[in-house]
Design a protein around this ligand. Sequence first.
Ligand code: CTP
Length: 398
Amino acid sequence: MLQGKKILIGVTGSIAAYKIISLTRLLIKEGAEVKIVMTKAATKFVSPLVLSTLSKNKVLINLFEKDVWANHVMLGRWADLMLIAPLSCNTLAKMANGQCDNLLLSVYLSATCKVMCAPAMDEDMWHHAATRKNIEALTGYGNIVLGVDSGELASGLSGEGRMLEPENILLEIKNSFRTNELTGETVLITSGSTHEAIDPVRFIANHSTGKMGTALAEAFYLRGADVIFISGPAQHFPAYKNIEIIKVTSAEDMFIQAVQQFPNCSIAVLSAAVADYTPVETASQKIKKKEEQFTLSLKKTKDILKELGSLKSNQLLVGFALETNNELDNARKKLADKNADLIVLNSMNEQGAGFGFDTNKVTVLDKNGNQYESGLMSKQDVADYILEIVEEKLKQNA
Ligand code: CTP
């Protein structure tokens, strides 16, 4: 989602400056263009050579370098976002008061893009009344001021004041680029596996990790939708804190939650690998090993997609189909039987697609007989691909 976005990082003198090395890598991996300015104090904590190598751009430090003086205004205009991280107490105070005695501050004061700050300081400094006032001033100027983590501090003390971890700053950056194509839509997503208890220590499950459901939830959220994420046991969950996560265990729990949430949703995407059968009885004590053979009696679970298909009014309902043979025929049958608007067909026969892979390849089928092929791509890109089709259908239904 950050492909082609221009991020200007201002690094100030704090021990947390080392975290900018991995943040720069993460931003470059996301496709962003990164330029970095540093205060002189920052260069004592992290080498400009490392940051210029990773960002693939010269790191600028000095206001009085010939080629820089003319450019500081342009830097703030070049960027889509200026991130000041770590933001030291000293630079915070200067920013709050409009001081301008180095390159970083002059770029900040002339920046026309949005500005985000990630403070880093000792706990007592963080809680000082002057810092509180300065943070308030920065927020009042329209800057996005991130919070701090609690934990071990450079002073050896423990408490509030640690700069957020690079992964969390990356999330905040993506959040700041959230768009509004799907603002006003509420999306229900089911994800992960379900666990069907046999006894207190055993259950029936499958290999779903929740990666595809998570990618879908984040893609919907980043396009402005409200997302309700119902997940069975899984390894992946959406990272954005505004996504509502409802954790369930069994197919029955997921059914109850999905039916309850569905009336408040305009779109539902059922990507969970729900167990089709559950034990007729769950033993209350651990089943002891006895005979050579053991037969477990199973009964069908309720089909959530089919139920939502029968309940739906004008909602857009998207199901998944995981097939190993007669893929297209089976998927078309599911589309009709379950009254879905779209079916996303996952084939277990595709290399690099399926449970646990970072990549996927899907075929999306609609009720008019159209068929869309994604090609093999990352699960994030597959999520975006599905969303394009969803958006097209919403426009057609409008
Ligand atoms: N599904 C569901 N509730 C169930 C079983 C499946 O909501 N109890 C949903 C899945 O989330 C998916 C779609 O139905 O969106 C198809 O799931 P799949 O496992 O491919 O098919 P089944 O309907 O279970 O049929 P079969 O296992 O025979 O292929």
